[in-house]
Ligand binder design. Structure first.
Ligand SMILES: [Zn+2]
Ligand SMILES: [Zn+2]
Length: 142
């Protein structure tokens, strides 16, 4: 397990701590693109994401199983989490050093607009491939 690190929104009213992963993933789905206003680049916090008690966060339920957390003062997109709290990913941009999270994978690659591409080598999964992998993992954990 790595070190606990802190992150914050643009205005600074919302802070959090987490033990982030060593790398990052991009989700190209339309919800993540609308939520983040760009590419949502996240690191897996493995259940360690904790917002400050007085943080003015808003939570938006974006699907049956997922919700998104943002600062209600400045609107910074900070995290996606499963509604059961088991999966939590945070925006690498909220941490002090986004450089420490190399982007190694891209999901929902078939939902990406054709107007840009990442230049670095990544593992790419389509929406169907992602859900197939997710289902296989869930069965393994059950
Ligand atoms: Zn803020
Ligand atoms: Zn997404």
């Amino acid at each position: 397990m790595g070190e606990r690190q802190s992150g914050r929104c643009l205005c600074g009213a919302t802070t959090f701590t987490a033990v982030p992963g060593n790398d990052a993933a991009v989700c190209h789905c339309s919800m993540c693109r609308r939520f983040s206003g760009g590419m949502f680049i996240v690191t897996d916090c493995n259940g360690t994401l904790e917002f400050a008690k007085d943080a003015p966060i808003s939570v938006f339920q974006s699907s049956e199983w997922g919700e998104r957390v943002f600062c209600s003062k400045c609107g910074s997109s900070l995290a996606w989490r499963s509604r059961d709290g088991k999966v939590q990913v945070a925006s690498v941009q909220a941490f002090e050093n986004p450089d420490s999270f190399p982007v190694v994978s891209e999901i929902f690659i078939d939902c990406k607009p054709g107007t840009y591409d990442l230049a670095n080598a990544t593992t790419r999964l389509t929406e169907a491939e992602f859900f197939a992998q997710f289902a296989a993992q869930s069965e393994g954990n059950a």
